[in-house]
Design a protein around this ligand. Structure first.
Ligand SMILES: CC(C)(COP(=O)(O)OP(=O)(O)OC[C@H]1O[C@@H](n2cnc3c(N)ncnc32)[C@H](O)[C@@H]1OP(=O)(O)O)[C@@H](O)C(=O)NCCC(=O)NCCS
Length: 217
């Protein structure tokens, strides 16, 4: 769990956040935790508010649909009153192939911050936490589709994505990647496809149940 104190954010930002979401921002700041099943209804409502109903038609959604996020890489940012302020998940994919073999990577998204709390550093905090965890867990590269002007600050670029494609309409200049291990995406080319565990399998239901009752799995 990442604790972020007010000193981590500009004083003016903290003050603005208190004004905008007085119930959501406790004096101690906010926390980034692993997403749990209890976050799901608020997460879906937040995604609808932040991204609109068209979010389910994105090419990234084709990759995510029916699958679970990568283990340990689904995050929730909450106020200390437990209200959801931000969501970010990462998914197992094959970033095309190299010499005929799938290239393992992660797809990042969706990232969304509660509209009344945007522009105050929460998105950045979630991104840095997620990238750090993905690296700690030994993943080689992260892909995403998003605004280069936002994601460049976290090291993402289109330098290694020119030969990759999404399974649906996408803008090539918005297909970005960050290599966590040097050369992880070199010579990778082709279609990005989901490779994560299917949601709804017996193993998945058991995992979800264990999480609901608080059993370590
Ligand atoms: C994009 C989003 C996640 C950023 O989170 P946030 O908490 O608002 O962002 P932060 O406070 O960490 O960063 C703010 C900075 O990012 C910049 N920024 C935000 N969105 C941007 C965008 N789409 N393109 C370029 N810069 C952007 C701001 O101008 C600000 O810049 P500054 O630091 O130079 O002042 C958030 O605004 C959001 O949820 N938007 C709606 C959903 C969405 O678009 N998700 C991303 C899909 S690709």
């Amino acid at each position: 769990m990442l604790h972020v104190s007010p000193s981590d954010l500009a004083a003016s930002s903290i003050e603005a956040l208190r004004v905008l979401v007085p119930a959501a921002l406790p004096a101690a700041g906010y926390v980034i935790t692993a997403e749990t099943p209890a976050h799901v209804p608020a997460r879906e409502a937040l995604l609808d508010r932040a991204m609109g109903p068209g979010r389910v038609r994105k090419s990234s959604e084709v990759i995510r649909r029916g699958r679970l996020p990568a283990d340990g890489l689904a995050f929730a940012a909450t106020g200390l009153d437990q209200s959801l302020l931000g969501t970010l998940r990462l998914w197992h994919v094959a970033a095309g192939t190299r010499d005929g073999a799938p290239v393992a990577a992660l797809l990042l998204g969706p990232l969304a911050i509660e509209p009344s709390a945007q522009g105050l550093g929460l998105g950045g905090a979630l991104m840095r936490h997620a990238v750090g965890e993905a690296k700690r867990l030994g993943h080689g590269a992260i892909l995403l589709v998003g605004d280069p002007a936002y994601y460049a600050r976290f090291g993402f670029s289109c330098a290694s994505t020119a030969r990759l494609a999404m399974p649906g309409p996408f803008e090539q200049h918005r297909l970005l990647a960050l290599e966590l291990k040097a050369g992880a995406l070199s010579a990778a080319g082709g279609l990005i496809v989901g490779t994560g565990r299917a949601a709804g399998s017996r193993a998945t239901r058991a995992l979800q149940l264990s999480q609901r009752v608080g059993v370590a799995a």
